[in-house]
Ligand binder design. Structure first.
Ligand code: IMP
Ligand code: MG
Length: 193
């Protein structure tokens, strides 16, 4: 039984198949440091026009949790869930909306909170979808961007880290729904997803 008030062990949760979990690509400390910077930038940029943060589930759930607390404005949060057609790791750019937003976007300052941009096709689709709802503004905050992989021109207002184009897990990112609960971003060493 966990004693109330006990901190989480410093090496994070224990996971099965730990040999699939490779090197740390972005440490927990680096994530928190960069998120504080992003939060400060967003707080300054959106002063007087609080943003509606739109998280893309499931991958962005942890980033949204930390980023929203780093923004010192009366912002709101909402979530969408999307699933892309095609293989598990290569998006085709055709996206199915699994859960739509609960709120109206008309005249709202919308900031999309995304876990990772690979080809950029998912985000590109989402931007078009959200723009059609006539927000006052639409910007993107992506925690990770894979270097040299984008197949479409994207305007990413805020980026946490640019990383090599390898598959990564942790801090919300999964492989077959696993490893989302790792507190840092790791290289994935398992069988090719
Ligand atoms: P894109 O449409 O190719 O940019 O793919 C973006 C989506 O694919 C992200 O929102 C993630 O859900 C998923 N994805 C892309 N690369 C990775 C990765 O390295 N690890 C886990 N999920 C990834
Ligand atoms: Mg995903």
């Amino acid at each position: 039984m966990t004693t109330p008030g006990n901190a989480r062990p410093t090496d994070g949760p224990r996971l099965e198949d730990g040999d699939e979990v490779g090197d740390v690509i972005v440490t927990e400390a680096a994530l928190q440091h960069r998120i504080a910077e992003l939060g400060a930038a967003i707080t300054a940029d959106y002063a007087g026009r609080p943003p509606l943060l739109v998280g893309v589930l499931k991958g962005a759930f942890m980033f949204m949790s930390d980023l929203s607390r780093a923004i010192a404005l009366p912002s709101e949060v909402d979530f969408m869930a999307v699933s892309s057609y095609g293989s598990a790791t290569r998006t085709s750019g055709v996206v199915r909306i699994v859960k739509d937003l609960d709120v109206d976007l008309v005249d709202r300052h919308v900031l999309v909170v995304e876990d990772i941009v690979d080809s950029g096709l998912t985000l590109s689709y989402l931007q078009r979808y959200l723009l059609a709802r006539q927000p006052a503004s639409l910007e993107v905050c992506a925690l990770l961007v894979k270097e040299g992989q984008q197949r479409t021109a994207l305007d990413l207002r805020y980026v946490g880290f640019t990383i090599p184009a390898d598959f990564v897990i942790g801090y919300g990112l999964d492989v077959a729904e696993r490893y989302r609960n790792l507190p840092a971003i790791h290289d994935y060493r398992g069988p090719k997803p």
